[in-house]
Design a protein around this ligand. Structure first.
Ligand code: ZN
Length: 245
């Protein structure tokens, strides 16, 4: 069976639509696993929430999802992110807010734990180094953990003897073989990539051959940017989409 792994859509409808379209070309997808931050930064929060409801999905909460419903204070956000979070809150219906409020912090599916930041601190912790990854290993009890939040496609992998954690950047068309190792995997961001590649990022897990494949996808960045201009979202957030930074 095939499962799509997506993270950090960030109200970028053009990117989300392109990813959903691409997913359909890969075969029958059992379920979409979404690792949080559906909203924040981008111009179409309500439309992105509405769209995910058309699919069979599992989803967890991210920091921007919580900021949009006032569950966390935006004083820890940079100013552009805080402006976007307040604007996002003004665009959501009461049903959207209810949906975001009810998202769990973690979910498990198959042999995976799904979370936004890290299993230890699902809302805030960024996992970008092996030291933090090591500390998180005892916080999840499945073999594998799926994370988002940093917007960078990454793999943390422990060899069978669990001696030391390896950290690898992942690029377009990378395939991981799961085997019996423990690992943590970040599929990158659908709506605001930050690894210098502006293309949308997502992955597909194939439970038959136990592989995860990473895809990068061109989408209409200028469509999202025009919408952001119309909505008077901060210029910095508009520009960065062109660079994937
Ligand atoms: Zn994010």
């Amino acid at each position: 069976m095939l499962y799509a792994i997506i993270a950090d859509i960030h109200s970028n409808l053009a990117a989300f639509e392109a990813v959903l379209q691409d997913i359909k070309t890969r075969g029958k997808i059992e379920q979409i696993w979404c690792l949080g931050d559906i909203v924040g930064y981008g111009p179409d929060p309500h439309q992105c929430i509405e769209l995910i409801h058309q699919y069979n999905y599992l989803c967890v909460a991210g920091n921007h999802d919580w900021a949009a419903i006032g569950a966390i204070d935006t004083s820890d956000f940079n100013s552009a992110a805080a402006v976007a979070a307040h604007w996002t809150a003004s665009q959501l219906t009461s049903e959207d807010k209810e949906f975001l409020r009810n998202l769990p912090l973690t979910q498990t599916a198959d042999n995976f734990t799904l979370t936004h930041g890290s299993p230890r601190d699902p809302i805030w912790e960024y996992l970008t180094d092996t030291y933090s990854a090591e500390e998180n290993l005892t916080y999840f009890h499945t073999s594998y953990c799926l994370i988002g939040h940093s917007h960078i496609p990454l793999l943390f992998e422990w060899p069978e003897d669990r001696q030391s954690c390896g950290l690898y950047r992942l690029y377009d068309d990378s395939t991981l073989e799961l085997k019996d190792k423990r690992l943590m995997f970040n599929p990158g961001s659908v709506g605001q990539p930050r690894d210098g590649d502006p293309r949308a990022s997502y992955a597909i897990y194939n439970s038959e051959n136990r592989t995860v494949h990473l895809f990068r996808l061109v989408y209409e960045i200028n469509r999202t940017q025009s919408r952001m201009l119309e909505c008077s979202l901060p210029q910095h957030l508009i520009t960065r989409l062109s660079y994937g930074r």
